[in-house]
Design a binder for this molecule. Structure first.
Ligand code: NAD
Length: 357
């Protein structure tokens, strides 16, 4: 049986990856230390998801309580399981732009050193395993904020004749912009993953995600925007929008669509690939538009305030262009748009969120 190692297996993307590849006949080992609860508090713990996965797939999934910063531990885990190892999906991270500045050492060591530990272990123990890294659009820093955006009633938008109207592609420079502490640690990881592909000829890929979402997201104030917004709407928790009059635009991609891209890449991998991956033109929304949709779906008003202060380096508009991925993997199609994602997040969580209302 083929084997996959998935780091961050209790998280949004990690858990979807486990479910998908178990379904495709893999044995999967998860690496997960519930550090999300340390970052964002107990309500963001991923332990429930880890237990659910272990209960659902007792024969084919096990989770190892390990910190990806543990160089020796990671190396031993990969060595001991190198036999059938075909695929490594690396999603463990400190994922919040805002949190990173509060503990830059933790952020950098998890995001950069942790990624290097995974790369080194795979390079030495099973260099032909496909290495999939979940990167982020924050590697472009605040460069997208210098696009000539126009303001409509509900959103910021690019003129239709602009080269990036269809979305931002990987030709955008990642240099000389304000990345935020988080963006910088993710750049280090992203560039290292590319380097292991180029220098050591390993089948590596960086997927630079827009906003990633889905009902399994343990949405918290500092991370998991659509999930947290719906949670506030359902539970009657006040919400603050930081800056840009609520007209900032994000594209959002469902975890299930992300994992489909992983699978396609693994089926035909190349060395040192880099793709943007997000909801693109099909699935993007401004804060004001997302609030209107949440209210409609939940059938109640969200109490929100607009703060004039934006978060440092926060994007005003970001839509991904992943047409290069679609060209190489023509069967890739997004299944979810914003409304379907929000409806699913609502339906999966309404009971528990209503209970705390
Ligand atoms: N969610 C988004 O909107 C988004 C957008 C772009 C990129 N990304 C990237 O995608 C990846 C996955 O994001 P997610 O939303 O699934 O995050 P998540 O927080 O839901 O999942 C990450 C998991 O990794 C675990 N983890 C953290 N540090 C660890 C460590 N040191 N050792 C072992 N496990 C550890 C956490 O406990 C958590 O369960 C991250 O690399 C993130 O930067 C996320």
């Amino acid at each position: 049986m083929p084997l996959a190692i998935v780091t961050g297996s209790g998280g949004l993307i990690g858990s979807a990856t486990v479910e998908h590849f178990v379904g495709r006949g893999f044995d999967v080992i998860g690496v997960e230390n519930d550090m999300r609860a340390q970052f964002f508090g107990p309500e963001a713990s991923t332990s429930r998801t880890s237990s659910r996965l272990a209960d659902s797939y007792p024969e084919h999934f096990r989770t190892v309580d390990m910190d990806i910063r543990d160089t020796e531990g990671v190396r031993k885990l990969v060595r001991d399981n190198a036999g059938g190892l075909e695929l490594v999906v690396h999603t463990a991270a400190q994922p919040s732009h805002d949190w990173a500045a509060s503990d830059a050492i933790a952020d950098f060591t998890v995001n950069a050193n942790g990624t290097l530990n995974m790369l080194e272990a795979v390079r030495h123990e099973k260099a032909d395993a496909t290495f999939i890294h979940m990167s982020t659009n924050k590697v472009y820093g605040d460069r997208p904020n210098f696009l000539p955006l126009i303001e409509t009633e509900t959103r910021l938008e690019l003129p239709e004749d602009h080269e990036f109207y269809g979305g931002i592609d990987t030709s955008m420079s990642i240099d000389r912009t304000m990345h935020s502490v988080f963006g910088a640690s993710k750049v280090a990881a992203d560039v290292m993953v590319q380097e292991y592909g180029r220098y050591f000829d390993m089948p590596t890929v960086c997927f630079r995600g827009g906003c990633l979402t889905g009902p399994a997201h343990a949405g918290a104030k500092l991370h998991g925007f659509l999930s947290y917004l719906m949670k506030c709407t359902v539970s009657g928790t006040p919400y603050t929008i930081f800056g840009y009059d609520g007209k900032q635009v994000r594209d959002n991609i469902h975890a299930a669509d992300v994992v489909k891209a992983f699978d396609l890449f693994h089926g035909d991998p190349t060395a040192s690939a880099v793709y943007n991956l997000g909801g693109g033109r099909q699935s993007n929304v401004s804060m004001l538009e997302a609030i209107a949709l949440c209210q409609e779906i939940a059938g109640r008003e969200l109490e929100y305030t607009l703060s004039s202060e934006n978060r440092a380096g926060d994007h005003r508009w970001y839509v991904s262009d992943f047409s290069d991925f679609e060209a190489k993997y023509p069967s890739f199609k997004l299944e979810y748009g914003i409304r379907e994602v929000l409806q699913e997040i609502h339906d999966a969580n309404v009971e528990q969120w209503s209970a705390v209302a």
